[in-house]
Design a protein. Structure first.
Length: 595
């Protein structure tokens, strides 16, 4: 935490041993640190004149979405404000001005403006029940384990090392050393997170912070607009959403975020990938991405569909529930939203940017999704009172009998080609496994070993192999990959069936010739008619053939420019089908194969 103590203002020189007995009793030192974090004064209050709304941010060059984003998302710009920021020395710690660096904006709020672009959100992938488990995906069976007994009525994972829960009426924190009570649980907890090593809890009545093993009211709560409903920690920053506003806290600086024309406050807030930064927000306006720039943040309205649930997984996919359907924004393809028709439909999504595992919960059903593949957990566990997901992908369930965990197990998935698809060109297949450093991969096509290589970093780390149709016979094939783990001899295997079809004279072109061309272009043809009875005769005249069977004839095309005679359309009995033309073009691209 960075605290600056200017000599010009005695009231901002807060001592680390500050005592405020009227508010905090004898726990003064620890609470003084919290007070500095939350930008309050010596009396434990946010000082008069602390302007939460503040002046808008300075003018920042608009960031316009490019590529696929330009087609699918509504770009959002950052506007200039009209009021100057109050940066008097006396208010160095308390005006909400961020510490000045080359990347800081010395104002108390960010103002972001959006354009009037509409959303596009129509890509649909209906997934029938009998196709939920795909051949290119396998996991160990999900294993449910009882962690602790008791009546668990609420839980969350505020940090990778701790689980917060209400058990038997007490608010407890479960860590590797065991469960620690923070006292009687407050009523109606809305959200909780860990920030600067302390638990921050929002209830319907107050904002509470963990101090010396207890929860005490945070002075920040009385200064916010509306009730706190969601938190997201992003590095050294905390994003906090109330019913009516969005804030960002860094050190002793509190900033209110403005997006004119968009509702950005509310309970749906999710952290983006660590490699990208920023947060995702869901509100009645739709789904908005706030991404850091050199000076501030840019915003992108990705869809105007109002979600009822929002989460981000470790591959960067954004998941929402809307109108009873699951929608996912593809991170690696074209940034479009895809709709998945699951039956029964889930009503809760649990994901975390640290893991590719996603859990979808509904009445009597539990789905597990990872790397674009789906599995339905059978039998589904009874509906829990509370759910949470750990950064390793473990699903936590709180019930009247205790806290349980469902481990997703190690996984093996193949991506890059859909099962039973046509392999038309050389394609790289990604083999993703849990704990890749411990896995020995054996990959085979039709029983013949193929080479794999492990590369990439973080969530992109995967084994990769190449499939080339030029090296395979025409027909059906199967890629089978087996992962064997060195630590426990676990073996996982997945298969990817695919087809290879290249065009040959024997199977495609000769039947076309006999059906549409042989009446004239045969071995007894007249002197003015080309004989096209063999593959060699087609290859030598291919430009002219393609020129004359294309409707309409394009005299400027390379084929026609290479042809001496393109006066008449062929064949005379009617044009070739698009499939026939595609076969002819592919036949040339593939080297005029005879069979």
């Amino acid at each position: 935490m960075l605290v600056r103590t200017p000599t010009a203002s005695p009231r901002t020189a807060l001592s680390p041993t500050l005592r405020s007995p009227t508010l905090f009793g004898t726990r003064s030192a620890a609470l003084a640190s919290v007070c500095l974090l939350l930008a309050c004064d010596e009396a434990g209050r946010l000082p008069a004149g602390f302007d939460l709304a503040g002046p808008p941010a300075d003018s920042i060059s608009p960031e316009t979405s490019t590529g696929a984003d330009a087609a699918e998302d509504s770009s959002v710009d950052v506007d200039a404000g009209s009021e100057p920021a109050d940066t008097s020395p006396a208010d160095t710690l308390t005006t909400g001005v961020e510490d000045a660096t080359s990347e800081d904006v010395a104002d108390s709020g960010d103002t972001i403006a959006t354009d009037d672009s509409s959303d596009s959100n129509d890509a649909s992938d209906g997934i029938p029940d009998d196709d939920l488990i795909r051949p290119a995906f396998t996991t160990e069976p999900a294993r449910q384990t009882k962690l602790i007994s008791g009546d668990v009525t609420w839980l969350t994972v505020p940090s990778p090392q701790r689980i917060a829960m209400v058990r038997n009426g007490e608010l407890e924190v479960l860590a590797s050393a065991g469960a620690t009570s923070l006292g009687p649980a407050p009523e109606q907890i809305i959200a909780a997170t860990e920030f600067e090593g302390r638990l921050l809890v929002a209830t319907t009545e107050a904002l509470l912070v963990e101090v010396d093993g207890e929860l005490v009211p945070s002075p920040l709560g009385s200064a916010l607009e509306g009730r706190s409903v969601a938190f997201v920690s992003e590095g050294d920053a905390l994003w906090l959403s109330t019913e009516t506003a969005l804030y960002r806290i860094v050190g002793s600086s509190l900033r209110k975020i403005h997006v004119p024309g968009l509702a950005i406050a509310g309970p749906l807030l999710a952290r983006g990938l660590d490699s990208v930064g920023g947060v995702w927000l869901g509100s009645e306006s739709g789904v908005v991405s706030l991404v850091p720039t050199a000076e501030s943040y840019s915003a992108l309205l990705t869809t105007t569909v109002a979600p009822s649930a929002l989460a981000v997984d470790g591959r960067g996919h954004v998941w929402i529930l809307a109108n009873g359907e699951v929608q996912r924004r593809e991170a690696r393809e074209d940034n479009t939203w895809r709709t998945f028709a699951l039956n029964p439909a889930p009503d809760l999504i649990l994901a975390d940017p640290a893991t590719p595992h996603v859990w979808l919960v509904g009445d009597g059903v539990l789905y597990h999704a990872v790397d674009g593949n789906w599995a339905r957990v059978e039998p589904a566990p009874p509906r829990a009172i509370g759910y949470a997901i750990k950064p390793d992908g473990t699903l936590l369930l709180g019930t009247a009998t205790g806290l349980s965990a469902i481990s997703p197990g190690r996984l093996l998935s193949l991506s890059g080609l859909r099962p039973r698809a046509l392999l038309e060109t050389a394609t790289t297949i990604e083999v993703r496994v849990s704990d890749p450093e411990l896995a020995m991969i054996d990959a085979r096509v039709d029983g013949i070993s193929v080479t794999t290589a492990l590369d990439g970093e973080g969530t992109d780390r995967a084994f990769r192999l190449d499939l080339d149709p030029a090296n395979l016979a025409r027909g059906s094939h199967s890629l089978t990959v087996t992962a064997t783990y060195s630590d426990d001899d676990t073996r996982l295997s997945a298969s990817l069936p695919f087809e290879v079809m290249y065009i040959t004279w024997k199977d495609e072109v000769q039947p076309l010739y006999e059906a549409r061309c042989s009446n004239c272009h045969n071995s007894v043809a007249g002197a003015s008619t080309a004989i096209l009875t063999s593959p060699d005769s087609w290859e030598s005249r291919f430009d002219c053939i393609l020129c004359r069977v294309t409707v309409p004839i394009d005299t400027s095309s390379p084929e026609c420019r290479a042809c001496d005679d393109f006066a008449s359309q062929m064949p005379p009995g009617g044009k070739l089908t698009d499939t026939d033309l595609d076969h002819l073009r592919r036949w040339r691209l593939e080297g005029f194969r005879k069979e």
